[in-house]
Design a protein around this ligand. Sequence first.
Ligand code: UDP
Length: 323
Amino acid sequence: MKILVVGGAGYIGSICAELLLDQGHEIAVFDNLSEGHRHAIDPRARFIEGDLQDRQAIDSALAVARPEAVMHFAASALVSESMRDPSKYFRNNISNGLNLLDAMEAAHVERIVFSSTCAIFGPPERLPIDETAPTRPINPYGESKLAFEKILRWYDEIHGLKFVSLRYFNAAGASANFGEDHRVETHLIPNALKVALGQKPHVEIFGTDYETPDGTCIRDYIHIVDLARAHILALDAARSELYNLGTGGGASVREVIAACRKITGKKIDTVEKPRRPGDPPRLIASSEKIKNELGWRPQFQSLDAIIESAWKWHQKFPHGYGD
Ligand code: UDP
């Protein structure tokens, strides 16, 4: 298939593009490089630099790439930043996304795979979180993604746009070539590995008084390659659907840091800090629906395997993409 990967220079988009190319698909990447990196774009892909604010740029990208489907990864995705700057989240994740949908409609591109998030749920009533759980986001990031899912439903009903929305839990790990390099790193695993590399003195633990066994937040870490595979399956989905995507396991912040110590063999110092605003205490996915309906099977079930792949990548590219 011909696929336009919007946000394909970012962490998740770059690895999805790589897997799609490995399977013989023809890929164009559309990215404004605000968060993404030129060197994260697989050389086999065509690169179109552009911004989703710019409707004309999207129109011309669609005219050049002539895709049968779009994968939409381009978004602002930090809970903490969204609590300081909600406008950025509503603009980037809703208004700019609407430009993409309208351009797709005009160009008769009728299929989209959308990067959504477990942040649409807020603190769950029961675990694991399946697709019937109420959506009550507690931060503007989750709210913006939930709003876009609703928009997708209406575009399907009114314009016949086929969509699959994948609600990622915590994406982590790397492929051999591409990994996680944010200009300002806020995520737990890369931050812990930077301490192991000697690039940071310690990793901060945000909140030690949650109602969890060790007092720190629990998340469901999913390997980036398993996540990418789900996108490829989503391309063939028979109908519009929403799927949660995790491994069903939970690890606390302290457990993640302990696993990083074990895998790297390094002492990773920690400093305990107050809670980070907007963080729910526990998020664990049920992925039964995507397993049953699309046949998704995660290959990396253990946190250790996820951290090992990230550690390999960080050792190979200690300064990330270097830009
Ligand atoms: N966290 C932490 N120290 C860090 C980064 C994150 O204690 O340096 C915590 C954060 O508060 C959350 C969990 O680790 O409870 C996962 O955070 P991350 O930013 O990796 O992903 P999120 O769950 O926000 O998408």
